[in-house]
Design a protein around this ligand. Structure first.
Ligand code: ADP
Length: 313
């Protein structure tokens, strides 16, 4: 069990005093898309003008640097602490992956060593002025979660976004994740249902990937009284963008998940008055509406072209 260390907690508090919002991204199970959602939130918010940092505390499975296209970068020390790696001008990243000699290296550490690194990531990185610090945690409720919660105990955490897929087995672990948040007094900002169906980019047909079961994210949300922030469909373009570390909505503005992700970011920004104030200051929701409109116009254009082509035959 991690002991409360006042000097470490104060160091983190001082370091993060220039960070407006601290948001945890959690999941009960691995592979449900937690890092994908973290990186999409980061790309969307930073491309719309917010200063965003991503702190990857998934110490044993750090995939954030790869998904943000900075996998082979190194961190360096400056007089202000560790300098994060920049995926774009307004998107900084810190991850244990930057400290490994090779992408094939495995981190096989016990709790205290992981806790020490998390303390350094939160308290010794020169994050600077950030609108959002997104903290990507490993799946489950383990040492890393307790460490983050302890070190941030004197900083106001906005809350947690919990990512799940629709399967009953994944939802079981979502319930545990929500219980963890309630016990540790971390507000649950909401649930994200990832891989919620498949929209075919060429024919537009929507299909359900997972048959309905006795459990559903709506049931979990209503029983445990947490909001649902939105759905994200399974989208091959999204996966391809993550694989090559490119911003999906910029490279694929007409792909089916773009409006879903826009609405997801908009719902997140409505979850507290503080987030709403930042949204109004940076006019993020307004820019997201514009992205949705561009998507819709492109879709109409594609359909018109398709119909025109059919008529010509
Ligand atoms: P986690 O962080 O929960 O372990 P990841 O975000 O690493 O999961 O996602 C696992 C894999 O699934 C990655 O290859 C990712 O690109 C892919 N993936 C996640 N969400 C989607 C989605 N909505 N559409 C397509 N691929 C997805």
């Amino acid at each position: 069990m991690l002991e409360q260390n006042d000097s470490a907690v104060n160091e983190v508090k001082a370091r993060l005093s220039t960070v407006k919002h601290k948001i945890l991204i959690l999941s009960g199970k691995g592979g449900v898309g937690k890092s994908t959602i973290t990186t999409q939130l980061a790309w969307f918010l930073s491309s719309l003008g917010a200063n965003v940092g991503v702190c990857d505390v998934d110490i044993c499975g750090p995939s954030i640097p790869h998904m943000l296209g900075v996998a082979n970068h190194d961190v360096r020390q400056s007089s202000l602490g560790w300098e994060p790696v920049y995926a774009s001008e307004q998107l900084s990243v810190m991850s244990v992956a930057f400290l490994l000699d090779s992408v094939n290296d495995a981190v096989i550490w016990r709790g205290p060593r992981k806790n020490g690194l998390i303390k350094q990531f939160l308290g010794e990185v020169n994050w600077g002025d950030l609108d959002f610090l997104l903290i990507d945690s490993p799946p489950g409720t383990s040492d890393e979660h307790l460490a983050v919660n302890t070190y941030l105990s004197q900083c106001a955490i906005d809350g947690a976004v919990i990512v799940s897929t629709p399967q009953a087995i994944a939802l079981l672990d979502v319930r545990k994740e929500i219980t963890f948040c309630h016990r540790t007094k971390i507000p649950v900002l909401g649930l994200v249902q990832n891989m919620a169906g498949f929209s075919c980019a060429s024919c537009g047909v929507k299909s359900r990937l997972f048959a309905p079961t006795t459990d559903s994210i709506h049931k979990v949300a209503s029983e445990l009284q947490v909001p649902i922030l939105g759905d994200v469909p399974l989208d091959p373009d999204l996966m391809a963008s993550c694989d090559i570390g490119q911003p999906y909505h910029i490279n694929h503005p007409t792909s089916p998940s773009v409006p879903y992700l826009c609405r997801l970011v908009q719902s997140l920004l409505k979850t507290s008055p503080q987030l709403q104030a930042t949204d109004e200051r940076l006019q993020l929701s307004q820019s997201l509406d514009e992205l949705i409109e561009l998507y819709q116009q492109a879709q109409q254009g594609q359909h018109a072209q398709h119909n025109h082509g059919m008529g010509d035959q």
